[in-house]
Design a protein around this ligand. Structure first.
Ligand SMILES: [Zn+2]
Length: 306
């Protein structure tokens, strides 16, 4: 059973929203593509685990702390008396290992050694388990999910699963004798409770309101939607049609991610949507979805009653 669904990280969400409304500097653009690719790889792996029996406990995206150090686990699977740690890599293209260093080819640029990352994770997890009073063996694996990945000169004994091996590996794992024990459930609950909400080391690019493009971005392509006709906005690029209400709520959510400390008012959302909606329409949607605070021109909207 999946006890912890996977979500886009805050950093990825932020970069995705920004990338539509501003030309990201090259460094941030690369970071965005890197995070996006990693996330797609994780979702791919989730799909592979989808038909595992309910007796397996799966925890995704655990951001934990042990010995004052943070660490993240892409996928943790509790099966029988073993903990499986999976670090999913969506690398594509040719790579090689030389003297325990990893390089991407053909330009031979050294990359971070993913094995070290995996080992660090395992060590910190082991310390945390000890602290929580659980004594289970941990088996860690790098999962290379992309069929277009090739690693040259890999030693035979590295704890990695390569694309052509994945089906076999998972089949074997799925057939290991397993029952859900109360101990395993308790461990899952404790790890979930220990999980940090936000990565304290999240990198946040610089941006300000004025430099961002106002309007309603299309939900399925990189274009912007055209003004309202008969209650709908349309995308000139991909043809998507969206109701005013859902488009406004989407824009409010984006605004909240980018400017969490600012107040949501009718005027700010009208401006944020680039004049695609009248004040009347925005006010109607906001007052239905959110709770109004204050009166008259000082009123603003919040998610919950203050
Ligand atoms: Zn579109």
């Amino acid at each position: 059973m999946n006890n912890r669904p996977r979500f886009e990280s805050r950093e990825l969400e932020l970069l995705r929203i920004l990338s539509r409304r501003l030309e990201l500097p090259l460094k941030e653009e690369n970071q965005y593509l890197f995070l996006q690719k990693g996330f797609e790889g994780e979702l791919h792996f989730d799909r592979e685990l989808q038909n595992f029996p309910d007796s397996f406990i799966i925890l995704n995206d655990l951001l934990l702390e042990s010995s004052n150090t943070h660490f993240q686990i892409d996928t943790l699977l509790i099966a029988g008396s073993t903990l499986f740690v999976f670090e999913v890599k969506n690398y594509e293209g040719d790579y090689c290992i030389e003297n325990e260093r990893w390089y991407s080819l053909p330009s031979k640029i050294e990359i971070k050694n993913p094995l070290l990352q995996l080992q660090r994770c395992e060590t910190l997890l082991r310390a945390l388990l000890k602290e929580l009073g659980f004594h289970l063996p941990i088996k860690s694996h790098l999962i290379f999910i992309n069929p277009g990945f090739q690693l040259y000169q890999a030693p035979l004994n590295i704890p990695a699963v390569f694309p052509p091996q994945l089906k076999r590996f998972l089949e074997k794992l799925k057939n290991t004798p397993n029952v859900t024990t109360s101990r395993n459930m308790k461990l899952a609950e404790q790890l979930n409770a220990r999980c940090l909400k936000e990565n304290p080391y999240m990198r946040k690019p610089e941006y300000n309101y004025t430099q961002l493009r106002k309007g309603v971005p299309c939900d399925s392509c990189s274009s912007f939607l055209t003004p309202l006709t008969q209650g709908y906005l349309t995308c000139g690029e991909c043809g998507l049609k969206e109701k005013a209400d859902t488009a406004i709520i989407r824009c409010v959510n984006e605004y909240k991610v980018l400017f969490p400390d600012r107040k949501i008012t009718t005027k700010t959302i009208v401006d944020w949507c680039g004049g695609a909606f009248s004040e009347k329409t925005v006010r109607r949607v906001l007052s239905r979805k959110y709770i109004i605070q204050g009166h008259g021109k000082y009123s603003y909207y919040t998610e919950q009653q203050n």
